[in-house]
Structures are given as C-alpha cells and as structure tokens.
Design a protein around this ligand. Structure first.
Ligand code: CTP
Length: 398
C-alpha cells in the first residue's frame, strides 16, 4: 500500500498509564514507515517509561517540559503544534482527557493540543470504572464536539486485574484511522459495496462445494476505500480474514445468500465492486442430515446460481459504477471484454491465474484493467497496492 506515513510529522503525546510501554512499539513501526515522530511525555508518563526509550526508537528528541534549555525548546509547544500533520495522544488518561476537554494548558502536551490545527487522535486507556464514570463520559463527549477523534478502547483484562472496557486500542485499528487522516478523502459521502471471498454451496450439514478464493483482494479493496473516506459495506463469503477497520462486514455463505444481501443494498450504493468468486452452480438438493458414504451417489446433480453481477448490470442506476473481477487462465483481454459488455460494467479487473505468484490465495496480484474504451496493465505487486491502484482509476470514473 502507498506508504501514507512517509515524511509526515507525527506528534505522539504519552500520558501516565501502564499502557505507555505499548506505544513504544507504535513509535518503532511509524519510524520504520519513515514518519518523523516526536514524542511529548507528561510527568506521570515518565514514571512508566523513560524518554530515552522513545528517543532511541524515533531518532528524535523526546520533549518533557514547557521550559526547555534551548530557544527552540522554550517554543516547542508552538513549533511542534504548527508543524504537526497529526497529534496522537496515547495512552490518554482520564486526567489528560479532562484537561483537554476543558482547554487547560498546564504542560507541553496540552498546550501543543491548543496550538495545533492538525487532526487530534485520542486513545483512552484506564480502569473501566474510570472510563465509564459520568465525568469521563462527559469529557469524551466534549472532546468529540471539539472535533477530536476519540478511538474506542478495547474490552478485556486490564493491568488492575479487572475485566472491562478501557484497554488501549489495538495498533492495527489506530494505524488505519491515522492513515485515513493522511489520505485524500476522494470518496467522502460515497457508499461503496464490495463482495469478497468464495461462496459455499452445501451438500449436507458437513459438506459443501466451494473454490480457492481467500478474500484477500476484496478485503484490500475495502481497506483502501475506507482510507479514502468511503462508507464501506463488505459482503463476505467465508474467509479466515478479520474485518478491516471502519468497514461494515456482512457475512454470508452461499451464492443465493450473497445475491440477497447485495440486492437489498445495491439500489442505494454509488460504487459496487464484485471481487467475490461466486459459485456458478450449487447442488440441486441439500440433505437435511449428513449423508452416509454408502448413500452418496457418484454423480452430483447441479442447479445454476444467479449471476449476481449480471443482475446488477441490468438494474444499474444513473451514475452508479459497477466493477467486476475475472479470474482467467487464457485470452485475458478477450474474455474480460466479453464479461465487461455482457454484465454492463464500467471496469473489469482481470486476474491471470495461470501462474503461481498471483491470483488465488497469493499475497500478490497482477491484473489487467479493462474499460469500454481502453485498458491498463497494472504491475505485479501486493494485493493491497493493486487495490490502491484500482481505486486511483475508479476516481477517474466517478
Ligand atoms: N459473478 C457473479 N455471480 C456469479 C458469477 C460471477 O456476480 N454467479 C461475478 C464475479 O463476482 C466477478 C465476475 O462476475 O466479478 C466475473 O466472474 P467469473 O467467475 O470470472 O465469470 P463468470 O461469468 O462466472 O464466467 P466463467 O466462470 O464462465 O469464466
């Protein structure tokens, strides 16, 4: 994926929670992504982790005081706030949240928060009773009203051995929200529907017909659309993948389930992307109970499933963009063009599945994009990067 963090000035405000040690890993990841990370620590944060930890990981000075020794330090709240592309406060204690909510500027971090006009992201971390206290709830509401992004803490066992809500959010989720904040919001206000993965066509409660689709390409398309500001619904067949951050996932099994779920939503959708590998046929009969091997007939009787994309093409509304995927092992261009026309598509991405290093299950892909009036050969690259390149082209269609 395009590295959105490279060259960005990210300020990380660390406050006094035991979760402070976790964000050391975040700094290390951001630094590897070539972000310029400057860490500000509150006095209580320094009781948990030393400034040196963050200096070593970020390669930058860690700021701890309003009143530094050099000229630059004494104006750090202005310069850091002014130059920031993002201010991330993690972990954020109830006390820091209260100070931020009330505009109190009594240390370098809270003062910098008042100076910056960059996006401010806050990751609360505290005991669940403190988190659910009406004072904290009110303060978080105030922060949201100011325009700060408060990311929900996770649920689980905390350092105080209590279980509940209040654990520091997971980095993977935080990273997606930060990436979104640093990405051009080309699809803001657009509803995007993506289908992904295989379908399963049951023979009996234990057996089904399916295919080799992993869902990776569709999930990558969903992740990239979320980053660009779209309201994303992902209708997914069974996969081993976790739901991408910020995406509304609807899980389905069979082609008929997928058809029903897609048709229910397609009318109100601006862009539909069908990456899923829908089974063209299903067993004509589904046995209610597991069939014993002696009773299995050697020939399967099949029934054709609806062609979801074809049906969407027939129902396409004014301005709606319809995108298909096709897995082909020969005559890519001709086969893709036939499907583009037949299914009334604006774009089709044709996968070459003849090799082993792209297509099904692979981390990488190489696709040929076909439009009614032209084509683009994308390079062999990761599925996430391929998704990004495809969205670059979809922007031109919308
Ligand atoms: N598709 C669909 N419903 C189906 C079959 C396919 O919506 N029953 C969609 C896929 O999600 C994909 C596109 O149609 O976006 C092309 O899928 P593909 O399997 O390549 O095409 P088919 O029309 O099934 O043609 P064939 O399998 O004969 O190559």
């Amino acid at each position: 994926m395009t590295n959105v963090f490279a060259g960005k000035n990210i300020i990380l405000g660390v406050t006094g929670s035991i979760a402070a040690f976790k964000v050391a890993g975040w700094v290390s990841t951001l630094a590897k992504e070539e972000a310029n990370v400057s860490v500000i620590m509150t006095d209580s944060a320094r009781r948990f982790v030393t400034p040196l930890t963050f200096e070593a990981l970020s390669g930058n000075k860690t700021y701890c005081s309003m009143f530094g020794s050099s000229d630059r330090d004494s104006m750090a709240h202005i310069s850091l706030g002014r130059e920031a592309d993002l201010l991330l406060i993690a972990p954020a204690t109830a006390n820091t949240i209260a100070r931020l909510a009330n505009g109190i500027a009594d240390d370098l971090l809270t003062t910098t928060a008042l100076v910056t006009r960059a996006g401010v992201f806050i990751c609360p971390a505290m005991n669940s009773k403190m988190y659910s206290h009406p004072a904290t709830v009110t303060n978080i509401r105030k922060l949201k009203k100011i325009g700060y992004h408060v990311l929900d803490p996770a649920h689980g066992m905390m350092a105080c051995k209590e279980e509940g809500e209040g654990r520091l959010a997971e980095w993977d989720d935080v990273a997606e929200y930060l990436a979104k904040a640093l990405t051009e919001q080309e699809f803001i206000g657009k509803k995007v529907l993506i289908t992904a993965g295989p379908t399963r066509e049951p023979l009996d409660p234990a057996r089904f017909l399916s295919n080799r689709s992993s869902g990776k390409m569709g999930y990558a398309m969903a992740r990239s659309a979320f980053r660009r500001g779209a309201d994303v619904t992902l209708i997914s067949g069974p996969t081993a993948l976790s739901c991408p951050t910020g995406v509304n996932r609807i899980e389905v099994e069979s082609a008929q389930d997928m058809f029903d779920a897609v048709l229910k939503r397609s009318g109100k959708t601006d862009i539909i992307v069908k990456t899923s590998a829908v089974a063209d046929y299903r067993p004509a009969k589904r046995a209610e109970h597991k069939v014993k091997k002696e009773q299995i007939e050697p020939h399967l009787c099949l029934k054709q499933n609806p062609d979801i994309l074809y049906e969407l093409g027939k129902r396409k509304t004014e301005g709606q963009i319809l995108i298909g995927f096709a897995a082909e092992s020969q005559d890519l261009r001709a086969a893709g063009m036939r499907k583009l026309k037949k299914k009334n598509l604006d774009l089709i991405a044709v996968n070459d599945i003849s090799g082993t290093n792209s297509g099904f299950e692979s981390e990488n892909n190489q696709v040929l994009l076909l439009f009614s009036d032209g084509s683009v050969d994308l390079p062999h690259t990761s599925k996430q990067h391929t998704a990004d390149l495809i969205w670059d082209k979809i922007v031109l269609l919308s």
